[in-house]
Design a protein around this ligand. Structure first.
Ligand code: SF4
Ligand code: SF4
Length: 387
């Protein structure tokens, strides 16, 4: 990439022009909009569809839209979907096969033309989640062709976070409300007495070219300071946090913890947490035949480690209890993910807390496991002293 340009400033006309320029390029623009009582991701044909004037109120097992007076478009935290719905869709046909009386079975791979996505409003936590899925699904043993084809054509426009939700905890996972590299363009929304505007930072040549096409001006130092202060303030307003401990060690030491029984008594094993998680990537495949048996299709679909069939081997599932399935999910996410991929599998987006029908809170569960370990260590020390 050429040297990054100085931050630019867009007004609302600039944001409208940004979406129009992306549409004119033939891109499928995906961004947040209000639908069915939530802020969801959907195709946008103009910036008018952004959720101006809407925020969200979140808690464990609770999500509500909340009107805002400032008219901000991006003053909401993670919604029920993540970008994996587009890059790694929940169902995808892999191939079909046909049998005719005249000849052998013919196989037809499904490699449809993929859209050139432009994702508008990628939160910094979700930017990190995309980087994690890139590592898992575009290289190594688990490369997924469909993901790779969609990902290499996707343009990422991040929006830094200035309104963290009550279930957000990205900072305690090593991230933050500021966008890490990996974006093409990063916006910071500012709404104050000087108006509604967006500080824009360029992250790639494609981002620079896009910015050149739309009306903007160079950002003055005062506005840059205002944007940085808003992001800094968000860092201190996270709704939740993970305990500041070595999670890899804690989870490894907690395999027989009593807390797993406690969480298993509440967990419905519905798998919602894995469906909404932006880093969960597991899939299974299934064959579907027509009534004649002459046509069959192989489909890939999301799977969940909460599903009994997920660990089914000869004779039955390896993880038959809710205890073992929740433990598997949390231990993989926070510990063995490091062994496989060199990072945590959690970016602190809070979706699994918000969308858990039982209100199970990953930060609360980790804190309880940590407290249980501390108690064991204390008892062990007392035992040593008594000896
Ligand atoms: S933790 Fe919550 S969302 Fe996840 S499987 Fe259990 S009940 Fe469902
Ligand atoms: S585990 Fe929960 S908080 Fe962490 S990335 Fe997944 S959904 Fe977000």
């Amino acid at each position: 990439m050429t040297a990054p340009a100085a931050p630019a400033l867009l007004d609302q006309d600039g944001l409208n022009a940004l979406v129009a320029a992306l549409v004119a390029q033939g891109r499928t623009v995906i961004g947040p909009t209000v639908r069915d009582g939530a802020i969801v991701l959907a195709e946008l044909t103009s910036a008018d569809a952004l959720p101006y004037g809407w925020g969200v109120e979140l808690d464990a097992g609770r999500y509500r839209l909340a009107p805002r007076e400032d008219g901000a478009a991006f003053a909401h935290s993670a919604g029920p979907q993540s970008w994996k719905s587009y890059l790694h869709p929940s169902r995808e046909q892999l191939w079909s096969a046909d049998r005719t009386p005249e000849g052998p079975v013919s196989f037809t791979p499904q490699e449809p033309e993929v859209p050139s996505y432009a994702f508008l409003g990628v939160r910094p936590c979700d930017l990190r989640a995309i980087a994690i899925q890139d590592r898992v699904l575009t290289g190594g043993r688990y490369a997924d062709d469909g993901y790779g084809r969609r990902r290499c054509k996707a343009l990422l426009i991040a929006v830094e976070c200035t309104e963290p939700g009550a279930t957000c905890f990205c900072v305690s996972t090593g991230g933050g409300p500021a966008a890490d590299p990996g974006y093409d363009l990063a916006l910071t929304e500012i709404v104050d007495e000087n108006g509604h505007r967006f500080l824009a930072r360029v992250g790639s040549d494609e981002g620079a070219e896009l910015l050149d096409r739309i009306p903007h001006r160079t950002a003055d130092p005062v506005t840059q300071g205002t944007a940085d202060a808003a992001v800094d303030a968000a860092r201190d307003r996270m709704g939740r946090s993970l305990p500041p401990v070595d999670l890899h060690t804690l989870m490894g030491a907690s395999l027989t913890a009593e807390r797993w029984d406690d969480v298993a008594a509440r967990c419905l094993t519905c798998g919602n947490c894995t469906m909404v998680c932006p880093t969960c990537f597991c899939t299974t495949t299934e064959e579907v035949t027509d009534l004649t048996g002459d046509h069959t299709e192989r489909w890939q679909r999301w799977d969940s480690c909460f599903d009994l069939d997920f660990s089914r081997l000869h004779g039955g599932p390896v993880r038959s209890s809710a205890r073992s399935r929740y433990r598997q999910w949390l231990t993989h996410k926070l510990s063995t993910w490091y062994d496989q991929f060199g990072t945590s599998g959690c970016v602190g987006c809070g979706r699994c807390i918000t969308w858990c029908p039982a209100g199970i809170d990953i930060t609360e569960e980790v804190a309880a496991l940590d407290a249980e370990q501390a108690q064991h260590a204390e008892h062990a020390d007392l035992g040593t002293e008594t000896d």
